[in-house]
Design a protein around this ligand. Structure first.
Ligand SMILES: Cc1cc2nc3c(=O)[nH]c(=O)nc-3n(C[C@H](O)[C@H](O)[C@H](O)COP(=O)(O)OP(=O)(O)OC[C@H]3O[C@@H](n4cnc5c(N)ncnc54)[C@H](O)[C@@H]3O)c2cc1C
Ligand SMILES: Cc1cc2nc3c(=O)[nH]c(=O)nc-3n(C[C@H](O)[C@H](O)[C@H](O)COP(=O)(O)O)c2cc1C
Ligand code: FES
Length: 589
């Protein structure tokens, strides 16, 4: 895939399909080349937002078609556009459908017909028999029926008002078809979540393997932020297409998340918005990697970085995959939606800029995630933020009631309108003193960035104020511009974002070296860790714990285990007894 950043494309054609849905056509051989049915693209309406939309068709001539329903700000702005207008496109993203079996049934509701149109096209190219079931309230809402006909599919229609085909719902029709003896080797479904949940119930009873294309709030689109979580799966990277069995035991069909990550019921009778708890997990004790920092025993010193993973279930998954600790999203006193998209872009290979805007449900509602994460027996660091002593006091008082092991105070978010309190050292000192008093004896790390001129000087002040550790570094402030439109690419009002990834590796290591010269308290390294060599360099420069962030865009959670294995090999080859022996070695030469 080329760089993960919106690229301007002309709209080649716009076709009104129904009262709510229009099809947009773009010329993009790059996207076509990589597209699989079920994948999606991100469409940027400059100045408004960027939204995920499934690929409805990808042609040999390099054309990409998408069907957009007019439901809110961004989709509405797209509906106002005409042939020749420009929008940004990037992708394709996610995992698509698997076209196994000779007789496949597509069950579509609403614009769910779009990805199934593309899946049908590929299935027909593979000579499969495709039966399409499409449901709508009335015939006027049916989408792509002519396209399905042109592809030679066996089409069955259900409308709730009986204006076309079977009178009733598509799931009633499916049930009747199966009861009358029709058989399929596979069912693929896309549409409203409750419809898909019913489809899964029916096909599970009939023992038909089924795949489901799900929707959640997508922000980064590539696995970084965790906003699109469904039961610990990031639908933008691990989905959006899932085997139905993978969704059993998740909130699928019961609740989803708002932009802030807060849980919200899908049905009025959803009950309490709880997760089915993950399995209890205890990590293996590995003497060469086990580390004690701030009085806490870490099974190994590698964690995720704050903001890479939102849900407790994803953090639990990181622990099972080998992380020796987990760090939450930064959470404040109040619920925050975060900024409009684009919130995450790639400006050079594996160098990213984000302006998420600290989406979080507020500390009171975050306890549900901590509860899920604590099914893994690894230390949990709760990342918090706040703009005043009073606000931070309340956050800390709530935080300390949760089963956390350590706090990390995010003093350095460069793109938020207010939370780079590192720029106000006097205020930050007061905040840290206050929080420390509340949470003691639980330790508190303070996270700083290079955006302050003298990180080592600031860290010394924070050590005096009672910080138990310093986490370095947060992202570096930049402002990416789209030169054609002459405007900032990021969706936040200022256009400022924080750079992460490869561009931080070298500078981050230097800052940790400088901090170690001045501090007595431990240092937690973060910034451009992509390999065991990076961990080793950071350790020798003075860090005791290590957080992995941007690497998780391209790596799977199993990356934690890869790092551990390579560290153990290095430690064995070089004859160290334990990773702690590496800490600060560069200063002892
Ligand atoms: C993988 C994926 C594929 C999708 N494919 C299509 C498609 O082919 N055609 C299409 O029209 N839409 C598709 N969607 C849904 C589409 O992304 C949302 O409708 C869109 O983001 C709404 O943005 P908006 O600014 O127009 O509306 P907003 O003003 O943001 O929201 C309007 C309503 O839609 C809800 N919403 C917002 N974002 C999402 C989301 N990501 N998923 C579900 N509900 C959301 C909001 O909660 C609100 O109720 C897809 C979503 C995902 C995750
Ligand atoms: C998408 C994204 C979200 C982030 N969210 C937070 C956050 O909530 N709190 C925080 O302290 N840092 C946050 N960060 C910063 C990271 O924790 C980390 O400091 C930074 O990305 C550098 O590490 P990396 O190069 O390994 O990504 C975020 C970074 C990204 C890219
Ligand atoms: S939107 Fe899926 S991880 Fe960010």
């Amino acid at each position: 895939m080329s760089l993960n950043i919106p690229t301007l494309h002309n709209i080649e054609a716009v076709k009104t399909e129904t009262e709510e849905v229009k099809t947009f056509t773009f010329q993009s051989p790059e996207i076509v080349k990589e597209s699989k049915p079920g994948q999606f693209v991100m469409i940027w309406s400059p100045g408004i937002d960027e939204i995920p939309i499934s690929i409805a068709n990808a042609s040999l001539e390099g054309e990409v078609e998408v069907a957009v329903a007019d439901v809110g700000d961004c989709s509405h702005s797209l509906h106002q556009k005409h042939e020749g207008d420009q929008v940004g496109l990037r992708g394709p993203y996610g995992r698509g459908f698997t076209l196994i079996g000779e007789r496949i049934c597509m069950v579509a509701g609403g614009y769910g017909a779009a990805p199934l149109r593309f899946a049908t096209k590929r299935a027909k190219e593979l000579d499969k028999h495709v039966v399409v079931l499409e449901g709508a309230r009335s015939s006027a809402e049916l989408l792509y029926i002519d396209e399905f006909k042109r592809m030679g599919c066996d089409i069955r229609i259900a409308t709730e008002d009986g204006s076309e085909g079977y009178k009733g719902t598509i799931t009633e029709l499916l049930e009747e078809m199966l009861a009358s003896g029709e058989r399929f080797e596979r069912v693929l479904t896309c549409g409203p979540e409750l419809m898909m949940e019913r489809v899964c119930g029916i096909t599970s009873r009939a023992k038909i393997p089924t795949q489901v294309s799900v929707e959640r709030i997508v922000k980064c689109g590539c696995g970084a932020c965790g906003s699109c979580d469904l039961g610990g799966h990031r639908i933008c990277k691990d989905g959006p297409v899932f085997d139905a069995e993978a969704l059993v035991g998740t909130e699928f069909g019961r609740w989803k998340r708002e932009n802030s990550g807060k849980r919200i019921a899908i049905t009025p009778d959803a009950g309490e918005l709880l997760s089915i708890p993950p399995l209890h997990f205890t990590p293996e004790y590995e003497p060469v990697l086990a580390t004690e920092v701030c009085g806490i025993n870490f099974p190994n010193p590698i964690a995720n970085a704050a903001g890479f993973g939102f849900s407790g279930k994803l953090l639990h998954r990181y622990a099972v995959a080998g992380a020796g600790a987990v760090v939450t999203k930064s959470v404040g006193l109040y619920e925050r939606e975060g900024y409009p998209n684009p919130t995450f872009i790639e400006i050079a290979p594996r160098s990213y800029v984000n302006a998420m805007g600290l989406p979080n449900p507020g500390i009171k509602d975050y306890g549900l995630e901590i509860g899920d994460a604590k099914y893994a027996d690894v230390p949990l660091m709760l990342s918090i933020f706040g703009k005043s002593v009073e606000e931070c006091r309340v956050v800390a008082k709530i935080a300390i009631k949760y089963p956390i092991d350590m706090l990390e105070f995010n003093a350095s978010c460069p793109h938020s309108d207010f939370v780079a309190v590192e720029n106000h050292p006097k205020l930050l000192r007061s905040i840290i003193k206050e929080i420390r008093e509340i949470v003691h004896p639980k330790p508190i790390a303070v996270k700083i960035s290079p955006n302050v001129g003298d990180p080592a000087g600031l860290a010394m002040t924070l050590e005096k104020a009672g910080a138990d550790a310093i986490t370095a570094i947060n992202t570096v402030m930049v402002r990416p511009i789209d030169h054609t439109l002459d405007m900032s690419i990021l969706g936040n009002p200022t256009g400022y974002g924080g750079k992460s990834g490869k561009d931080l590796t070298v500078g981050g290591k230097k800052i940790v070296f400088d901090l170690y010269e001045e501090l007595k308290i431990p240092i937690i390294a973060v910034g451009g860790i992509f390999s065991a060599e990076d961990v080793i360099d950071y350790a020798k420069n003075g860090a005791s714990l290590f957080q992995v962030g941007s690497a998780l865009v391209t790596e799977e959670p199993g990356f934690f285990s890869v790092l551990k294995k390579e560290l153990k090999e290095y430690i064995a080859i070089k004859g160290y007894k334990n990773i702690s022996e590496l800490v600060g070695e560069a200063h002892r030469r």
